[in-house]
Design a protein around this ligand. Structure first.
Ligand code: ADP
Ligand code: MG
Length: 615
């Protein structure tokens, strides 16, 4: 009894494109089918680690290909996990591969001119319809009680499912080739394609009556580095992730002590995992002696390196392990240690040998390393040289702490930093004025994660890190920007002026006082002594914790013409009150603390009116 099903609209559209377009890369269909066969064999092997009760436990794990030139047929069979009736409907009736979706998306965007697209995407099982007139999939599950099943599609919108005869476990895909695809029934051609695209498949692939497998069967990570070209590394990365871009960095290494492992790791070019990426989660693929035991292992690297992709394979993992026991074997921490230091070492040499490339790494992943400094104190020392900063002296490039230390002024005791929302507004911060005037360099920290990072980065070498807003540095005296002493408000007028500020601002500030630190700015806000430091305030705010922001101290610049003029205004002047309010609001604004900047507009308008009436 055969039952007919309709493909979903999306699948129909994909099939239509694949059947009716001409592709020069059609041969990749074989890569897709072989990769599915290899997946099925891997899954069977994994199943057998814990379940011996499978059909045909003795059957060799292999892939066989038969071709018949005259009949124009091609058959690919594997002894893998197989599919039940339900599974075949679910897996072959809908688009499983995200690469297929991405292909469809790209096809739509290019008005269905898809030539040249196909090889880049890997559209999975359906790519067979580039070469097939009809396809029959006969499968028998490893589950003993499941009946064999057959799935047939003639390249239209429907497929049939029916009971079948099949004695052996596994899946057989029989293809009737299109007339113009007869080349794929030639054995030499098949061998050529296998060597080109599927050489690394871990199971033997036999073509025709071959007694020896066509493929080399060593996985890329077990192949000696000297035999691998850069493009092979890139190809492997692309197949694993479906990332369109080349990886930023790849590292391939083998260790024997303290643990045996093969590792092939990549740093992607972009931090954002694409919508269509094959990697749905963070984590490395973990193999034990070539058997995939965990698709997304998160214990091999610290969380802050979760952007790293790749494969780890260790001979030291006992073979009969399940995913759970992998976690509890003491091996994982040792693997993690080696892998972490390898990645950090690679990053360090990238930062030295190719600063430009490192800058693009930093742009994408810098936040992760900062997180590492905060979260893993044991790694902070190794991470510190990898950190990059914008500074007031070099706001447009990235400086390391080593660069900073090399430019320190004689006698400078601290590494100064300033927290803010973005580098440009930080450059205008009143806290920076005295530093600018003395040519002192200050790190500009503008990401939320920076406050966390500071918790793990208290010192660089012998230099403590110090918040520039709180630092006590000498007031600039010799600078040309300093206003001459003569312009200062006389002492006698100063206390009434301060009193006036206090009266107007009332509870909103904890104190008003004079500061020698200001040059261009009329005022600034600082935290009172003993308050929670600014980075912790930010951490709290970021974590959504309840805390009372400490009331700030308003510091005034006694040389500023605005204050001089203000001190001349009569005590009950409405204008004086507006000016004081505006000075306070502006100070809040530059600190990024103003709750409602638009509320200033009416007052600013009145101040403009007043200014115009005087002139
Ligand atoms: P993907 O391999 O990314 O999952 P495919 O379109 O290549 O997507 O395959 C769809 C699904 O069909 C697979 O996930 C698998 O469940 C099933 N499948 C395909 N070929 C085989 C096979 N030879 N043996 C068992 N299952 C298979
Ligand atoms: Mg596939």
């Amino acid at each position: 009894m055969s039952e007919t099903f309709q493909f979903k609209a999306e699948t129909q559209q994909l099939l239509h494109i694949l059947i009716h377009s001409l592709y020069k890369d059609r041969e990749v269909f074989l890569r897709e089918l072989l990769s599915n066969a290899s997946d099925a064999l891997n899954r069977l092997r994994f199943e057998m680690l814990t379940n011996k009760d499978v059909l045909d436990p003795e059957a060799p794990l292999e892939i066989r290909i038969q071709a018949d030139k005259d009949a124009r047929t091609l058959t690919i069979s594997d002894t893998g996990i197989g599919m039940t009736r339900e599974e075949i409907i679910e897996h072959l009736g809908t688009i499983a591969q995200s690469g297929a979706r991405r292909f469809l998306e790209a096809a739509r965007q290019q008005n269905f001119d898809t030539s040249g697209l196909i090889g880049q995407f890997g559209v999975g099982f359906y790519s067979v319809f580039m070469v097939a007139e009809s396809v029959t999939v006969t499968s028998r599950s490893h589950k003993r009680e499941a009946d064999p099943v057959r799935w047939t599609c003639r390249g239209d919108d429907r497929y049939q499912v029916e009971a079948a005869e099949k004695d052996q476990r596994g899946t057989e895909i029989r293809i009737l080739l299109k007339e113009d695809a007869a080349e794929f029934a030639e054995e030499y051609r098949l061998r050529e394609i296998i060597r080109k695209h599927s050489d690394y498949i871990a199971f033997p692939i036999y073509v025709g009556t071959d007694e020896k497998p066509v493929n080399k069967q060593t996985s890329l990570w077990r192949t000696p580095k000297t035999q691998i070209g850069e493009t092979q590394y890139t190809d492997f990365y692309r197949q694993m992730t479906l990332d369109f871009e080349e990886p930023l960095l790849s590292t391939h290494f083998v260790t024997d002590a303290p643990v045996q492992m093969y590792a092939l790791l990549y740093i992607p070019a972009k931090g954002e995992r694409g919508l269509f990426s094959l990697r749905k989660e963070d984590g490395l693929k973990l193999y034990s002696r070539n058997i995939l035991i965990d698709e997304y292992n998160k214990d091999l690297l610290p969380e802050y390196l979760r952007f790293v992709q790749g494969v780890v394979d260790s001979e030291d993992l006992p073979l009969n392990v399940s995913r759970e026991t992998v976690q509890s074997s003491g091996l994982m921490p040792r693997l993690k240690k080696v892998l972490t230091s390898q990645v950090l070492k690679e990053l360090e040499s990238l930062s030295k040998n190719d600063p430009e490339k490192y800058a693009s790494f930093w742009k994408e992943f810098g936040g992760y390393l900062k997180q590492g400094v905060a979260a893993v104190p044991a790694d902070a020392e190794k991470l510190t040289p990898l950190l990059r900063f914008r500074t007031n002296t070099y706001p447009d490039s990235w400086s390391s702490l080593e660069d900073y230390a090399g430019r320190m002024k004689e006698g400078q005791k601290f590494v100064y930093y300033l927290l803010g929302e973005d580098p440009r507004s930080l450059l205008r911060s009143p806290h920076l004025e005295a530093f600018q005037a003395q040519g002192l360099e200050v790190l500009l920290l503008t990401e939320p994660i920076d406050s966390f990072m500071l918790m793990g980065l208290r010192k660089y070498g012998e230099y403590e890190l110090k918040n520039a807003a709180q630092a006590e540095i000498e007031a600039p005296t010799s600078s040309t920007e300093t206003r001459p002493e003569a312009e200062k408000i006389p002492e006698a007028e100063l206390s009434p002026l301060i009193e006036r500020f206090k009266q107007t601002l009332g509870e909103r500030v904890s104190n008003v006082r004079v500061s020698g630190r200001l040059l261009q700015s009329v005022a600034r806000l600082v935290d009172p002594e003993g308050a929670l430091n600014p980075e912790m305030q930010r951490v709290y705010k970021f974590l959504g914790k309840e805390y009372e922001a400490p009331k700030k101290i308003l510091e005034l610049n006694p040389s500023h013409p605005i204050l001089k003029a203000l001190s001349k205004l009569p005590a009950e002047s409405e204008l004086a009150e507006m000016v004081i309010e505006q000075i306070y609001d502006s100070a809040l604004l530059v600190e990024g603390l103003h709750p409602d900047p638009a509320s200033m507009a009416p007052r600013v308008q009145k101040l403009i009116e007043a200014a115009l009436m005087r002139s």
